[in-house]
Structure formats: structure tokens, C-alpha cells
Design a protein around this ligand. Structure first.
Ligand SMILES: Cc1ncc(COP(=O)(O)O)c(C=O)c1O
Length: 435
């Protein structure tokens, strides 16, 4: 049994739901089909827990995008260099808010490409195996795209990933990595370790890694520290510059609510950006903006992360990123993190009540309970068929989640728009469906 929902919780901690387009009951394809009495029909909105996969649309996105469409319609190519916000310099407006989001100076960040592309672009600079120093340490439970990208980079250098990529597993019987084990693995690899690449927050388990500790251990043995922040950016507070991270990249379509496939961000510590001769895969957008249109033969990069750009970016893809970053800038990660801890803490308490009823064999929480080790996401293991359970939650209860084989359903209450009622609906639905 789950305790009753208390409306006071949402009344005193409402978040910013009004600024987002929350899908309505019955709007999702096939929802409620065949069941007029579906419990989800009692609520106007969907209880949306998939913001760690695709964040909801901010209300402000459409007007900002329309503005750029209008400029294109009315000005054509003149929009590149003229008007209040020339497209040539458009990405400059995102550097301040993006830097504040990840704890970096504006010159250390750039919005460009997509996430896996940026992994490749940054590894082209930072994965330079030499002599004994060739190995990459990463988590075993990594998002597959990272695994493919890293293996292909190793092969690109003529090396065999089976010998040069070390994938760290949790201890037998455990779901998440212990930071001490990560540090020990770094020291064990010592001068063979070229680079450590981890996820800030793991996509599957929701585990938040101790980024400063791992970065400093990597540096102690002379290795580079690179991060995939897909599930960390906009979710947990970051201080990439102060933690001395070498490079990082993140997508903008999860917690950053910038739309499917939205442009990604990249961080390159200032000590590298000012090295104009550092190897990078170059393109014209990486040359100094002041001379870019002089069409010179020589590549002349600025002393900032902008030097890693290759192509001119899609303004229609960048406008939603800017809209989103301005929301984060206005509210601030500190306030969001506090609300995130309250919401996730509440969801964990309710799930624990469900587990008390159904038993830990039927349902258990995989994500660490320590607030320093998790963000918004709770990954929950079920003994039942997860695809069927998630489909029932969605179609009958109006609770949208996502599944990860073989037995995990992920629930991410997002502090910008999720409510305590959403959390209660998820727990209540699970209690009924697992009874
Ligand atoms: C942790 C992580 N890395 C990489 C990716 C791949 O992202 P993209 O398709 O934007 O390259 C994802 C996508 O969800 C992800 O969650």
C-alpha cells in the first residue's frame, strides 16, 4: 500500500511545469485504447518520467524558432551577417549560459554537432596513444554508442580494442561501481593508461560518478580525463573547470529539453584551447570568426573551444538549445538540484512502500541512495516482463517511463516540470499492477 497523495506537496513546491508542454491524457498514440475506465483517464496530464531520454518542450521554444524562420523568410542570406542576431555569430549567445550550466568559462564551451560526433571530435584531439601509454579505462555498462566510438578510435590508431580498452564492471552481485574500485583500476593501469572516459551519470543505473576524484586520479598517473555528460548536464551540478576535467561532451535533448536530436555541447579545458597547434579535425567554422569569411588557405583557430567547430551550425537546431539554456540560467542549477533531491527522495520513499508490499524479489531500486551518488533518475529492477509492465503503465495509468533490457525501468522526475502527483501516480500504479 502506498500512502495517500497529499496535494500540499505540490502547492508548496510547484516547480516550473507551466513553462512546459506536458502531454495530455489520450494524446499519446493508442493510449487508453480498449479501456474507457483506464485509471490514467482520471488525470488531465501524463505523468512523464522519460525526461532523461527526451525532455519536454518548453512553451517558449516555438516562438523563438518562428523568429528565425521569419528572418530566413524575409532576409534570406542577409541573415548570416546582418540584423540584431546574425547567424554567423549565433552560437556566441549560448556560450555564457552553457558555461554556467557546466561550471566553465564561456571560452571553454561550444554548442556543436551531436553527442557521438563530439566524442569522435574530442578523441581525435585527446586520444593520442604513444609507447606504453595506449589504454582507455571506461565503464562496462556504458551506453553502446560510446563503446562503439571508443573501440573505433582505438582501431583507427591500428590497435586492438580487446587489448587497449579496459571496461570496468561492478563487483559480482553489485549493480553500480564503487569509486574506490575505479581509482584502484586507474592506479593499476598506471603509465599504460592514456585516458579515462566515463559517464557523469550512468544511463542505466543512474549512478553519479565522483567526477573530481576520478579526474584527479587520472591526472596522478598522467592520463587524460574525458566525460560523457548526456545524463549529467542539466541534472546535477557540475564544475568542470574547477574539477580540472580535460574534456566533456553532452547532448541537449534529455534534461536540457531542446528537442529530438538537438545539438550537443562540448567542454575543452582552457589549457588546451589556448594551444593553437594542438591536433584537431579542422573545418572552416573552427577558424577565427573575424577572418573566417576571408577564405584564407591557412587554418587559424581562436584560443577558445570554438576552434573545435567544423561546420556552420543549424540555427533551427540551435535556437531551442538557447531557449532551454536561458531557462536553466534564470532558475539556476542550485535551485533545480534542491527540488530534484526533494522529488527523487519522495519517489524513493513511495517506491520503498511498494517494495515493502511486493518484496525485493519483485522490485528493487538499483540507483544508489546517497544523494552524492545520484541525479533525478531512479532505475528500478523488476522480476516481471518490463515491456508489458511499462506498456500498461503508459496505456492504462498514463505513466510514461522507459525500459532497458533485461529488467530495468527508468523513472526520472525532472525538477523543472515533474510533480509530486506524478511520483505518487507512478508508485500507486506499480502497487496495483504488481499486487
Ligand atoms: C550516455 C549516452 N551516450 C551517448 C548517446 C548517444 O547520443 P547521440 O545519438 O546524440 O550521439 C546517448 C543517447 O541517449 C546516451 O544516453
Amino acid at each position: 500500500m502506498v500512502r495517500p497523495y497529499d496535494p500540499v506537496l505540490d502547492a508548496r513546491d510547484p516547480g516550473w511545469r507551466d513553462e512546459f508542454c506536458v502531454p495530455r491524457w489520450g494524446e499519446l498514440p493508442d493510449q487508453g485504447r480498449g479501456s474507457a475506465e483506464a485509471p490514467g483517464a482520471a488525470y488531465p496530464d501524463i505523468a512523464y518520467f522519460a525526461g532523461n531520454s527526451l525532455g519536454l518542450q518548453p512553451q517558449a521554444t516555438r516562438a523563438a524558432l518562428d523568429l528565425e524562420l521569419d528572418r530566413w523568410e524575409q532576409w534570406g542570406v542577409e541573415g548570416q551577417l546582418e540584423g540584431p542576431r546574425p547567424w554567423k555569430d549565433y552560437h556566441d549567445g549560448l556560450k555564457g549560459p552553457a558555461g554556467r550550466l557546466v561550471g566553465a568559462s564561456p571560452d571553454e564551451v561550444v554548442i556543436m554537432n551531436s553527442l557521438t560526433v563530439n566524442l569522435h571530435m574530442l578523441m581525435a584531439t585527446f586520444y593520442r596513444p604513444q609507447g606504453r601509454r595506449t589504454k582507455i579505462l571506461m565503464e562496462h555498462l556504458v551506453f553502446p554508442s560510446d563503446g562503439y566510438a571508443i573501440a573505433s578510435q582505438v582501431e583507427w590508431h591500428g590497435l586492438d580494442p580487446r587489448d587497449h580498452v579496459v571496461r570496468l564492471r561492478p563487483r559480482p552481485g553489485e549493480d553500480v561501481l564503487r569509486i574506490d574500485d575505479v581509482i584502484a583500476a586507474i592506479h593499476d593501469l598506471g603509465d599504460e593508461l592514456q585516458q579515462v572516459i566515463f559517464s557523469g551519470v550512468n544511463y542505466l543505473t543512474g549512478e553519479w560518478m565522483d567526477m573530481p576524484a576520478i579526474t584527479s586520479a587520472a591526472h596522478e598517473v598522467g592520463a587524460v580525463s574525458g566525460w560523457d555528460l548526456a545524463h549529467a548536464a542539466g541534472n546535477v551540478p557540475l564544475a568542470l573547470h574547477d574539477w580540472d576535467v580535460d574534456w566533456a561532451t553532452w547532448c541537449s535533448y534529455k534534461y536540457l529539453n531542446s528537442g529530438p536530436g538537438a545539438m550537443a555541447g562540448a567542454f575543452i579545458h582552457e589549457r588546451y584551447a589556448s594551444d593553437r597547434h594542438r591536433h584537431r579535425l579542422a573545418g572552416w567554422w573552427g577558424t577565427d570568426a573575424d577572418i573566417r569569411f576571408e577564405m584564407r588557405e591557412t587554418f587559424d583557430p581562436p584560443a577558445t573551444a570554438d576552434a573545435w567547430q567544423v561546420s556552420n551550425p543549424s540555427i533551427f537546431s540551435m535556437s531551442p538549445v538557447e531557449t532551454s539554456l536561458r531557462i536553466f540560467d534564470r532558475i539556476g542549477m542550485a535551485a533545480l538540484r534542491q527540488r530534484s533531491l526533494r522529488l527523487t527522495g519522495y519517489l524513493r520513499e513511495l517506491f520503498t512502500e511498494v517494495i515493502d508490499g511486493v518484496g525485493t524479489d519483485a522490485m528493487s531500486i538499483v540507483t544508489p541512495a546517497d544523494p552524492a551518488r545520484h541525479g533525478a533518475q531512479l532505475s528500478v529492477r523488476f522480476a516481471t516482463d518490463i515491456k508489458r509492465l511499462a506498456a500498461t503503465l503508459r496505456d492504462e495509468d498514463g505513466v510514461v517511463t522507459d525500459t532497458r533490457n533485461p529488467d530495468i525501468i527508468r523513472f526520472a522526475p525532472v525538477p523543472l516540470y515533474s510533480s509530486y502527483l506524478d511520483c505518487w501516480r507512478a508508485a500507486d500504479a506499480l502497487a496495483r499492477r504488481l499486487a
